[in-house]
Structure formats: C-alpha cells, structure tokens
Design a protein around this ligand. Structure first.
Ligand code: ADP
Length: 206
C-alpha cells in the first residue's frame, strides 16, 4: 500500500486532481471531511471541543455551531487550541482508514487530500505519507478560480486565506511530485495519468 498526501493552495485544483485519481482507481479521502465527521455528537472530539470551549458553541439541535466555533477560533486567536483537539484525531483516523484498506488490498494507493498538509503542527507529513504530491497554480489564477467558485467572496478573502498557507516554494521543497495546473483540464489529466503510473509502481513490491 502506498500512502499519498495530496496538497495545494486554495484554488490550485487539488480536489480536481483527487477526483481524477479516484477515477483511475485510487482510494481518496478528504482530511476536512474526516475532521467534520469527528466533530459530530457522540465522537470523543466533539466532547473535548465542548469541554474546552463551553456549551455556547452548540446549536439548538445539539450539534456544533460551526460559525460560532470558527469565530471563537479564528477571530479570538484560538485556532491552535482547536487544532490540538482535532488534528491528532484526524491524523489517527486517516491512518486507521489506510490500514483498513491495506489489509484487504495490499497494493492499494490511498490518497489523503488536505489543503493544510504542511501547516499543521501535529505530525510531520513526511512521516505519515510515502509520497507527497503538490498541485501548483500561479496565485492570480487560483484567486480567479476561487472567486468563480464562491460567488460573493472578494479578492481580499482569497488573499487572506492564501496568506495563512505556507508559500508554494516551501511546499515544493517538501513534495515528491508537483503537478502544474496552469493549462486546460486536459493538460491536467495528462499529468495525473503519468502520476498515477508512478504511484502504482511505487505501491507494488518489485
Ligand atoms: P482546490 O481543491 O485546490 O481548492 P479545485 O479542484 O476545487 O481546487 O479547483 C477550483 C476550481 O477551478 C474548480 O471549480 C475547478 O473545476 C476549476 N479548475 C481546476 N483546474 C482547472 C483547469 N485546469 N481548467 C479550468 N478549470 C479548472
């Protein structure tokens, strides 16, 4: 089994690459989705968040009020407190997911898609993954894509989010493969097919 971390800045095209890899036969999970599931009532992470931030962050139906939680975490500078609860559990759940697939399919390629793979202080991705793939696109193009996808958002929103992420140069230095997504979707697909061949080779014992 090959453990692959897939990352890229906002609007780089990493979800598009993840979908292409899934079509080619990879197992794919989104780190955000794993985190969201762990934050549901009944999960230990949910209990820890409520114990730490107080029951004010609950909605009337007893689930987390994500808008309130984000406000407390981001506006009040407490995001690292939230990450300390959520990230280790998310990383453990990803590892369990990959181990479960490997037990059934020893040559599987498992891909974890995560916007903040390098930014988290919890667990160096180079220890958690056998290969790291970066999807790169120039910033101006990423902002255009972000604005097209999220009507009502502004260039400032996009720039603020981008500023919170590590620079592309630093990400390139820490990645094994880079996909350059500044052309057409067909150009992107050609690169993903090549990448898939490399990943499959690495997943299969010689
Ligand atoms: P990310 O997951 O990195 O934020 P997405 O894969 O969601 O980025 O891509 C952002 C938007 O740009 C999506 O609407 C996607 O369809 C579009 N997109 C991505 N790559 C290309 C491309 N090469 N040509 C045209 N549109 C693209």
């Amino acid at each position: 089994m090959l453990r692959v971390g897939l990352t890229g800045g906002l609007g780089s095209g990493k979800s598009t690459v993840a979908a292409m890899l899934r079509d080619l036969g990879a197992h794919v999970v989104q780190a955000d989705e794993v985190g969201r599931q762990l934050m549901q009532p009944g999960q230990a992470v949910f209990d820890q968040i409520v114990a730490h931030f107080g029951s004010d962050i609950l909605a009337a139906d007893g689930t987390l009020d994500r808008a309130k939680l984000s406000k407390i975490a981001f506006a009040d500078g407490r995001v690292e407190e939230l990450n300390t609860i959520v990230h280790p559990a998310t990383i453990a759940a990803q590892a369990a997911w990959m181990a479960e697939i490997a037990a059934k399919e020893p040559n599987a390629v498992c891909v974890v898609e995560s916007a903040l793979l390098f930014e988290s202080k919890h667990g160096d991705p180079r220890n958690r993954f056998d290969r790291i793939v970066l999807v790169y696109a120039p910033e101006e193009l990423r902002i255009q894509r972000f604005l097209a996808r999220q009507p009502g958002s502004t260039v400032e929103d996009a720039r603020r989010r981008i500023a919170a992420q590590l620079s592309d140069f630093e990400k390139m230095q820490r990645s094994h493969f880079m996909i350059r997504n500044d052309g057409t979707l067909e150009d992107l697909r050609r690169q993903v097919v090549q990448l898939w061949a490399e990943l499959q080779k690495a997943a299969t014992p010689q």
